[in-house]
Design a protein around this ligand. Structure first.
Ligand SMILES: Nc1nc2c(ncn2[C@@H]2O[C@H](COP(=O)(O)OP(=O)(O)OP(=O)(O)O)[C@@H](O)[C@H]2O)c(=O)[nH]1
Ligand SMILES: [Zn+2]
Length: 341
């Protein structure tokens, strides 16, 4: 199949950056490995090397410019970026995907349905710069799917919300229409909500078995998961293990976008640092007492902001917090011992 650069998501924004380095060749990154990248362009898919042999600053979906030896010379400015805190270790961030146009937030019309979780993903989409589309799967199993879409729509009347049966290609068309030809989508959501089912229907493939076999630097066969998949309609779908474990990071602005009604309200509070609990002149509490604001929404806003602050702490900050906590615990133990004497 012949693909042009624009089929791959190339746009005037990238072309303008390429113009400064006309002798370089553009590639879209389809997977990132420890020592090399895999790039795709109209001539096919090839391994690319970076100048310092590290790949941590690149993400699937990135556009890069290479020299004639297939070495990456330039990383083009991203339209959007999804990242997360690296698992287990301190505060290092891990890039998950770049240049994602549409973040498909998947939940289902059953026990998984959970508004706070949807708000978290919406904040993530806003922060990353992606257009959010909420897809509620298993509509065929629910007696009243409209009640679920209604709840999501109550978060934001302009939000795109689709309730579908992810196994039915005709219904999945509705999702595809929000991620048309040459646009890039990514799926997020909890385990079991139907991401794999949806991804398979969108790509007409069995993604679980679409790994690529290639020879690594030492000539061994390795099997790696392909991360950028072409969809039925000519769009692209990014599916990586990291995508499935996204947490909020530095998402203050994204959270405030999702809770813009609360941000607006708090501008009317008497104190600029109002915590909206029992301060006099609090516009948020006033809205709650007038019944125009659901107090649960205020709780969810607070909780998300706390979660984001905690995830965005630097290593030094989290050590200081642990140290302070240890000190507090030791103090309590000491006091207890003294009392028990
Ligand atoms: N009836 C019905 N079943 C669905 C639908 N979507 C998913 N399923 C079923 O739900 C189960 C879980 O779906 P998966 O696609 O594996 O879920 P997942 O989100 O990929 O889960 P992880 O792989 O754990 O992340 C499978 O048995 C699917 O066949 C739907 O819209 N309708
Ligand atoms: Zn207030």
């Amino acid at each position: 199949m012949f693909l042009t650069l624009s089929d791959l998501g190339w746009s005037s924004q990238f072309a303008a950056q390429h113009a400064a380095y006309p002798s370089c060749t553009p590639f879209r990154i389809t997977s990132v490995h420890r020592d090399r990248l895999i790039g795709l362009n109209p001539d096919g898919e090839v391994p690319l090397l970076t100048l310092d042999q590290s790949t941590g600053t690149y993400a699937v979906g990135d556009w890069v410019l290479t020299d004639d030896d297939k070495r990456v010379r330039h990383l083009l400015d991203r339209r959007s970026l999804l990242h997360r805190r690296a698992a287990g270790t301190g505060a290092a961030t891990q890039l998950i995907a770049a240049n994602v146009d549409v973040l498909i937030i998947v939940s289902s019309c059953n026990a998984d349905f959970n508004l706070p979780r949807l708000e978290r993903y919406l904040a993530l989409a806003h922060q990353a710069g992606c257009y959010p589309v909420v897809v509620l799967t298993k509509a065929d199993k629910s007696a009243d799917p409209d009640s679920f879409t209604g709840q999501v729509q109550s978060l934001d009347p302009f939000l795109t919300v689709l309730a579908i049966n992810a196994l039915d290609p005709a219904e999945v068309e509705k999702v595809l229409s929000w991620c048309p030809k040459s646009q890039t989508g990514a799926l997020v959501g909890s385990s079991g909500v139907g991401k794999t089912t949806l991804a398979n229907t969108m790509t007409d493939q069995d993604l679980a078995t679409s790994d690529i076999r290639e020879d690594d630097a030492r000539g061994r066969h390795t099997t790696t998961a392909r991360a950028l998949h072409r969809m039925r309609n000519g769009g692209w779908l990014i599916d990586t293990p990291g995508m499935r474990a996204l947490r909020l990071l530095d998402a203050q602005d994204g959270i405030d976008d999702v809770f813009s009604d609360l941000v607006e309200l708090s501008r009317d509070c008497r104190f600029s640092d109002c915590q909206h609990s029992s301060e006099p002149g609090c516009a948020v509490q006033k809205a709650i007492s007038h019944g125009t604001l659901d107090p649960a929404r205020l709780d969810r806003w607070r909780k998300l902001r706390r979660e984001d602050q905690r995830n965005s702490e630097t290593v030094a900050q989290s050590r200081a917090r642990d140290k302070a906590f240890g000190k507090m615990v030791r103090g309590v133990m000491k006091e207890k011992k003294l009392r028990n004497r």
